[in-house]
Design a protein. Structure first.
Length: 182
């Protein structure tokens, strides 16, 4: 199905286990963004990194990127995910423009880790330049646990992906010219 296996290691031992399994990139969870030994270890691996930034201040994101870079992971191999760590995240706390701020300030690729209900914020993130969308998936929103109710069931997830693909097409190449349909 051409779906890359990805898992988050929440400690150095788990990161090493994932690397031994042949993972192609490392996802750093929001809670580890200030764990400097962890960041140094991940940076030293030289793999592409997805850095989640929930609960982090701008300065903490910058420091994490600096530590990763000094350890060996070049910023061009890092994708920073803007995130509001609340399940579900209230619309008034999303602050999507912060994703653009980080992209411009740190010169990195950006994405969005979406904990809102529905898929409109994920679509808006794509229009603002997100190249990665993280959205929790569940088989049943009624299951116990902290994030099932804010997750998407498979049919909703499929609808979101279709909507994002349509938005990517609609964004075009930015050149103002008559279109083939015209």
């Amino acid at each position: 199905r051409r779906i890359e296996f990805l898992s988050t290691g929440f400690d150095i031992e788990s990161v090493d286990m994932l690397v031994n399994l042949g993972i192609f990139r490392i996802k750093i969870p929001s809670g580890e963004i200030t764990n400097l030994p962890y960041l140094r270890h991940v940076g030293h691996l030289g793999l592409p990194v997805i850095l989640s930034t929930g609960m982090a201040a701008f300065e903490e994101v910058g420091r994490a990127l600096e530590v990763l870079s000094k350890a060996g992971t070049h910023p061009e191999h890092v994708t920073v995910l803007h995130c509001t760590t609340q399940y579900p995240a209230p619309m008034c706390d999303v602050n999507l423009i912060a994703m653009v701020t980080m992209r411009d300030a740190f010169n990195v690729k950006v994405g969005y880790s979406d904990h809102t209900l529905g898929h409109e914020v994920a679509i808006a993130a794509v229009t603002l330049g997100a190249c990665v969308i993280e959205k929790h998936l569940t088989l049943d929103k009624l299951l116990p646990g902290p994030d099932h109710s804010a997750s998407m069931e498979p049919n909703e997830f499929s609808d979101m992906v279709s909507a994002i693909r349509n938005i990517e097409l609609a964004l075009g190449d930015g050149v103002k010219a008559p279109q083939p349909s015209e």
